[in-house]
Every structure is written in structure tokens, then in C-alpha cells.
Design a protein around this ligand. Structure first.
Ligand SMILES: [Zn+2]
Ligand SMILES: [Zn+2]
Length: 399
């Protein structure tokens, strides 16, 4: 039986070195060229069968155990964000305007650490580990691109794992939940069209600005009046664009917003109500509405059995009182993979003990407590072992 906690501790220096190197050289979604080259080289050196260019810049490494068994997918994301770093860290980004501000540098480092540990214990593995390094998680559809390139085939995984270092959670704690773990997310654009004209003669126009103002207000009634209070959903308007100057009533107003919920069914219901509400309110002012949904990310839904193994593993590593059952109203394209394969997505605390001392994800001063990487490696390692290192062997070894 492998002691993943000890193995992760022994890997700590390398975990930090790798994470800081990735941090210094961040690359945006689908442009992770240097990053994926390094990952492919490292996986190759461990004797894995490596495929590159899966979903543009994605890398897949297969570690075959000595004996046959299930295939386990372990997914780590690679992309950075278009943010100018302001941490002042000695290993700050060398690329202007690009930063690992979400912790994906740590994810890759943990993936490589786990790959080294598993490769060292290949003789204990019954099955295949599929290490998946995914590009473009930040709203660009990297998971979708990898699935289109066959990442879920040959061999088809039986179970899948992914994790996120999470700065809403202090070091030494983790969130693991059954069922929905992260929300479905989509963006919408509502174009409200009226008839423009002189601001001094509003009666000769159909004012889309007035209609838009009422539409924004009415949209906020959907969550409060149409959705079961036991469920959660968010509709946020983030942008309104209309008009060019003070005395001209424009022809059109564009409203852009974001929708989140923990079920894809609820998501469809929200959109039906957005369209009904917006078009009837706008019609009351003589305007018409066109709705366009730009991107949809499926909810991340955990499998009960797999989540049970992750919870047990996290309790072993961190202590029962430090493993909380929480979900997050943010989104992740891992949801696409978990629609196909039962699995678990979990959160590993990477913030200061006083969370308010740590900056949030996507902030120019975002940083993690690097010790969190040891926890991530140990938790995922133990959980994966349930599938490819059966208990009978563990007992045999103890004798
Ligand atoms: Zn992010
Ligand atoms: Zn992220």
C-alpha cells in the first residue's frame, strides 16, 4: 500500500519548483505550447505513452499498470489568464499581461507529482491511469476540444478525477460533495430594438433604453418568483450598451449577462423565463427582443460512489472535521467529462488560515499556499488507489 501523504511530502520541493516555473511562464488557453511541451517530456521520461495535440495543446499520458484493470482519468488544467500580475513574487510572470491567477500552475505541478509517484509504483497498479492535461479551461472550451479529439476513448475511462486549489478554503481543509459540485454556466445577449430619434421628441420614437431598464429589473424576478427556493440559480446582468449621446434615443440596446444553476434542466427553465420576461416587458414598450445564448458549460455533477472515496481519502489526509460538504456557484468545463464518465471534482484549501488574508482567484495578487499541493496529491492519490490498487493486494502486502 502506498503512503501518499509521505510520498507527497517527499515530492514537495519538486512540486514547488515546477509550480514556480509554470508560474513564471504563463500561457493563455489553446496557446499552452511551452507548457504542454514540458509536460509531454516529463511524462515521456516516466515511460508513459504520450499523445500531444489533443484539443489543440492538450497532452495525454497513459500509465499502464503491470496487471489489467479499470482505466482512471486524472485531469489537470493548464491555462493562465489575461491578467497583469501584481504579486511582487520573485517568480512572477515574465509574460506581460498574462498570469496564472487561478492556480492551474499548481494543478499541473500536482499532476506531474502524482505521475511520478504512480510511475514509481507501477508494479502495484492493476489498470491504466490516464493523465489528462487540459488546455483552455477558462471559458474557452478546452474540455470540449479534448473530448472531440477522443480523450474519452481508447481506452475509455471508467472513472474520472479532478480538483481545484481553492482560495475560499484555508490550507488543511477541503470541500467534497455528492451530486452537483459546480454550476452550469452560460452567457446571454439580449438585443432590444425600438425606433431611434430626437431626445426632445420621445413620442415619435420607441425608446429601447427605457425598455431595457425595465427588462433588467424584471429579470431579477425570475430567480425570486419562478425558481423553487430549495434550488439555487443566479441571473446577473454585467453589461448594458446603448446610445451614443445625451439627446439621441438609440435604435437598439444590448444587454449581456450570465446565468448559473446546478442543473442543466433548471438552466433551460431559466432561459425560457428570460425570453418570456424580456419579450413581454419589451413589448409593453413597443420594442422587440432577440435572445442569443453564447456559451453553455454543463454543471459539474459528482458520482456518489466516487465522491465517497474522495471524501474518505480527504478525511484520512486532513482529518474528518476539515472536510466540508460544499458546492460552488462557479463553473468548470470538467462538467462535460463528468456527463460521460462517473467521477468527482473536489476543492483543496489553498488560502491562509484567515481566508480574508488571501486574494481570490482571478485577482492580480492571487497566490496559493504551496503546501496545499501536498494535500491535493495525497487526496487524489488515495482516491485513485481505490480503483487501481485493490484492497486484497494491500492486505497481502501487509502480511
Ligand atoms: Zn479560473
Ligand atoms: Zn481555475
Amino acid at each position: 500500500m502506498i503512503n501518499f501523504e509521505l510520498e507527497a511530502q517527499n515530492e514537495f520541493e519538486t512540486l514547488v519548483r515546477d509550480r514556480r516555473d509554470f508560474h513564471r511562464h504563463p500561457e493563455l488557453g489553446f496557446n499552452e505550447h511551452r507548457t504542454s511541451k514540458i509536460i509531454a517530456q516529463r511524462l515521456n521520461a516516466l515511460g508513459m505513452e504520450v499523445q500531444t495535440g489533443i484539443g489543440v495543446t492538450g497532452v495525454v499520458g497513459l500509465l499502464e499498470g503491470d496487471r489489467p484493470g479499470p482505466t482512471v482519468l486524472l485531469r489537470f488544467d493548464m491555462d493562465a489568464l489575461p491578467i497583469a500580475e501584481d504579486t511582487g513574487l520573485p517568480f512572477s510572470s515574465l509574460t506581460e499581461g498574462v498570469m496564472h491567477a487561478c492556480g492551474h500552475d499548481g494543478h499541473m505541478s500536482m499532476g506531474l507529482g502524482l505521475a511520478r509517484i504512480m510511475a514509481r509504483h507501477r508494479e502495484k497498479i492493476q489498470g491504466t491511469l490516464k493523465f489528462v492535461f487540459q488546455p483552455a479551461e477558462e471559458g474557452l472550451g478546452g474540455a470540449f476540444a479534448m473530448i472531440a479529439d477522443g480523450v474519452l476513448e481508447n481506452p475509455k475511462p471508467d472513472v474520472a478525477f479532478a480538483m481545484h486549489l481553492w482560495n475560499k478554503v484555508p490550507l488543511g481543509k477541503a470541500w467534497v460533495t455528492n451530486g452537483p459540485a459546480m454550476s452550469a454556466s452560460s452567457r446571454f445577449e439580449l438585443m432590444i430594438t425600438g425606433r431611434g430619434g430626437h431626445g426632445a421628441s420621445p413620442h415619435e420614437t420607441v425608446d429601447p433604453i427605457l425598455a431595457a431598464a425595465h427588462v433588467v429589473t424584471a429579470l431579477q424576478s425570475i430567480v425570486s418568483r419562478n425558481i423553487d427556493p430549495q434550488e439555487s440559480a443566479v441571473i446577473s446582468v454585467g453589461q448594458i450598451q446603448g446610445g451614443t449621446t445625451y439627446n439621441v434615443i438609440p435604435e437598439e440596446v444590448l444587454i449581456k449577462g450570465s446565468v448559473r444553476s446546478f442543473s442543466n434542466k433548471l438552466h433551460r427553465q431559466l432561459y425560457r423565463r428570460i425570453l418570456e420576461t424580456a419579450s413581454s416587458v419589451a413589448a409593453g414598450f413597443g420594442c422587440t427582443v432577440a435572445l442569443e445564448t453564447v456559451v453553455i458549460v454543463a454543471a459539474v455533477v459528482n458520482d456518489e460512489e466516487v465522491a465517497g472515496h474522495v471524501r474518505q481519502s480527504a478525511e484520512q489526509v486532513l482529518g474528518c472535521e476539515n472536510v466540508l460538504d460544499r458546492k460552488e456557484m462557479a463553473s468548470e468545463d470538467m462538467g462535460y467529462m463528468l456527463e460521460e464518465i462517473p467521477g468527482c471534482y473536489f476543492f483543496v484549501g489553498s488560502a491562509d488560515e484567515d481566508v480574508s488574508n488571501s486574494y481570490p482567484h482571478h485577482h492580480p495578487r492571487f497566490d496559493i499556499d504551496e503546501r496545499s499541493m501536498m494535500n491535493g496529491v495525497a487526496i487524489m492519490g488515495n482516491a485513485v488507489a481505490n480503483y487501481v490498487m485493490p484492497v486484497v493486494d494491500k492486505e497481502a502486502e501487509l502480511v
